[in-house]
Design a protein. Structure first.
Length: 133
């Protein structure tokens, strides 16, 4: 009986440990706060690029200076990759493309509403360490 309780507790801990990282699919407000380093309630391109640069370095575990499909873990589509590994410069250029697509009003800053758009969601995958499927 004690062994069963132990197994149930262990499975519960594993389940919680698995669910907690999926919290990374955060609320739009917390995404904004994570990226908004100057606290103006918006994300500008320099903030997005800074976060993306940090994420690139974090994902580049082998320190080769490029990211392939496995390291990108679904953040970039096969179409966008074009069979290549992404250098940091190409990764940041892709971030800029998605930033501009998300900036529907063209003011150079992303609001919470713009971050929740499809383009904003794509950008979020490129700039924040999220668990992606």
């Amino acid at each position: 009986m004690g062994r069963r309780i132990f197994v149930v507790l262990l499975l519960s801990v594993c389940l919680v440990a698995h669910v907690l990282p999926t919290e990374a699919r955060r609320s739009p407000g917390s995404v904004l706060r994570s990226l908004d380093t100057n606290n103006d309630n918006a994300v500008d391109l320099s903030e997005a690029l800074s976060a993306a640069s940090v994420l690139f370095d974090r994902l580049d575990k082998d320190k080769r200076g490029t990211l392939g499909p496995m390291e990108l873990a679904g953040r970039v589509s096969a179409t966008e990759l074009k069979g290549e590994r992404l250098t940091k410069a190409k990764y940041l250029a892709l971030v800029e493309v998605w930033f501009r697509k998300a900036d529907v009003n063209g003011n150079g800053k992303l609001s919470v509403k713009e971050l929740t758009s499809p383009a904003g969601g794509k950008l979020t995958k490129l700039v924040l360490y999220l668990i992606v499927e």
